[in-house]
Write a new protein. Structure first.
Length: 491
């Protein structure tokens, strides 16, 4: 939603961010059509998260017999003794390794030595790709952090536990260093009994708890159980009272930002401290753009969210007003849906916008990207809340196509197949506030300021309409939609 390389021949993949005072540095894997994996690390900067300056790539894969002559893998940047260290990975012969480059200005980088500095090893970690469930030695995506109590650096790494068996075994490995160049391996901080890969692991402390986040998907070949069957591919977390051990998945839900199992729409969630509020973090991820089955995936950097922990230690993503300065002023409309009218289109020229509504019953919601051909049927997209069954207090947020054909008592909604679904946490009950952020093919949907669904359209499938408003799909009754605000985005 916020950044893609301006060169249309480049595809963006995993991202990592380093904040240097007021400047945000985005580093990302990138490659061109025909490349095997990603071949270089791109670089862009911003001061407001919306307007970006693209800079030259900072690193490229090696040549010949170099340890990093294979596809490059996710990295991160830390500062140590007035120098910047960029950790990154590469894979040759299905074995992954980690190396480092250094810089004095975040722009010009020099690789350190001719060898990797971190490799998988026993007795804790799998090293033989022939024994791996996905036929590669997982040892990638280092997240390096300074741990003051021990006066050293630790790295968390995507790996697989040795001799684990046919299910699960994905683990978050740990390594220790005092100078960022010499490392020793430690036991894993967490081993999953369900997941094969815990990609791009990240450690942080928040609100007195310790957290590890990771990303995974069914595309590794073995489906895994999740609390919400509609949301299985994306970013999850585990929590502990200790930095390097004791991690467990929360009882109710471990998801942060996910999508339907076989429709990965967002991936690789990461975060950085929020300089304005130490009780939250800034969370970002990739919207995954549709591609042909034989093509490698490509992404676009998402709009940021606030990552917060509640009193019980549960994490959730919340709305961050990053696009508010570029949207029209809010002008709420009270009671837009009348008892004898199921549809209220309040704007006909809002293809991109921030649409907010307070709904007091199920099956009331927001419609957008609406179009009404001359003499035709209004149609577009919609989001709404639905109970899982009659009398069930648990609700599901749904998004899908909608049409309003004529009926016996006026136009009535007709829903197409759902594009996205997510269970929402049981709150105090109705009314709920829905918010849709629509920018190009990227859709974020919030319930009471908490992110519920993040979705990416194939631009060819995105409805072309520009109308936005409110609707109710049940029998007409008063007060189904209490207020709605339509704000056009004009960045």
């Amino acid at each position: 939603m916020l950044y893609r390389p301006p060169d249309p021949t480049l595809r963006l993949w995993d991202t990592w961010i380093y904040r240097d005072n007021d400047t945000v540095h985005l580093f990302h894997l990138q490659g061109r059509e025909g490349d095997v994996g990603c071949t270089s690390i791109g670089h862009a900067t911003t001061r407001d998260w919306v307007h970006w300056e693209t800079l030259p790539p900072v690193l490229a894969q090696g040549h010949g017999t170099a340890w990093d002559a294979g596809p490059l893998m996710t990295g991160m940047v830390v500062r140590h003794e007035d120098r910047y260290y960029q950790f990154y990975g590469a894979m040759i012969d299905r074995v992954q390794r980690i190396g480092v480059a250094v810089s004095d200005d975040l722009v010009h980088w020099t690789k350190v030595g001719d060898s990797p500095i971190l490799e998988a090893g026993g007795p804790w970690y799998e090293t033989d790709p022939a024994q791996a469930l996905n036929y590669e030695t997982a040892w990638r995506d280092p997240y390096v952090f300074y741990h003051a109590p021990d006066d050293c650096y630790y790295a968390t790494i995507c790996a697989r536990a040795a001799h684990h068996g046919d299910t699960g075994g994905g683990c978050i490995a740990v390594a220790r260093s005092e100078n960022l160049l010499d490392w020793s391996l430690l036991p894993p901080a967490y081993v999953s009994d369900a997941h094969v890969c815990l990609e791009v692991p990240e450690y942080f402390a928040l609100g007195g708890k310790h957290y590890l986040t990771y990303t995974t998907s069914y595309h590794f070949g073995i489906p895994y159980p999740v609390n919400d069957p509609y949301q299985a591919a994306g970013s999850f977390y585990v929590v502990s009272d200790d930095a390097l051990s004791g991690y467990e998945a929360p009882k109710d839900s471990s998801r942060l930002n996910t999508s339907m199992p076989f429709g990965t729409k967002n991936y690789v969630g990461r975060s950085v401290p929020d300089p304005e509020d130490d009780t939250r973090r800034i969370f970002y991820y990739q919207h995954v753009l549709p591609s042909a089955p034989q093509d490698p995936p490509q992404g676009a950097l998402s709009a940021i969210k606030y990552l917060k922990a509640d009193d019980g230690g549960e994490l959730a993503l919340h709305y961050a007003p990053i696009l508010d300065p570029f949207a029209d002023d809010a002008q709420p409309v009270d009671r837009p849906v009348e008892p004898d009218c199921a549809l209220a289109l309040l704007a006909e020229d809002a293809p991109e916008g921030i649409f907010e509504a307070t709904v007091s019953v199920p099956y009331a919601g927001i419609c957008f990207r609406m179009a009404t051909p001359a003499g035709g049927i209004p149609s577009g997209l919609a989001v709404w809340l639905a109970p899982r069954r009659e009398g069930d207090p648990d609700l599901v947020l749904m998004m899908g196509g909608i049409r309003f054909p004529p009926g016996l008592s006026g136009n009535r909604p007709y829903f197409g197949n759902p594009l996205a679904m997510a269970q929402i946490e049981r709150g105090a009950g109705f009314p709920y506030r829905l918010r849709v952020v629509c920018r190009g093919p990227f859709i974020d949907v919030y319930v009471d300021d908490r992110l519920s669904v993040s979705y990416t359209f194939d631009p060819a499938d995105l409805p072309a309409g520009q109308g936005a408003g409110a609707f109710y799909a049940g029998y007409p009754k008063e007060g189904t939609v209490e207020t709605i605000t339509v704000r056009r985005i004009n960045p």
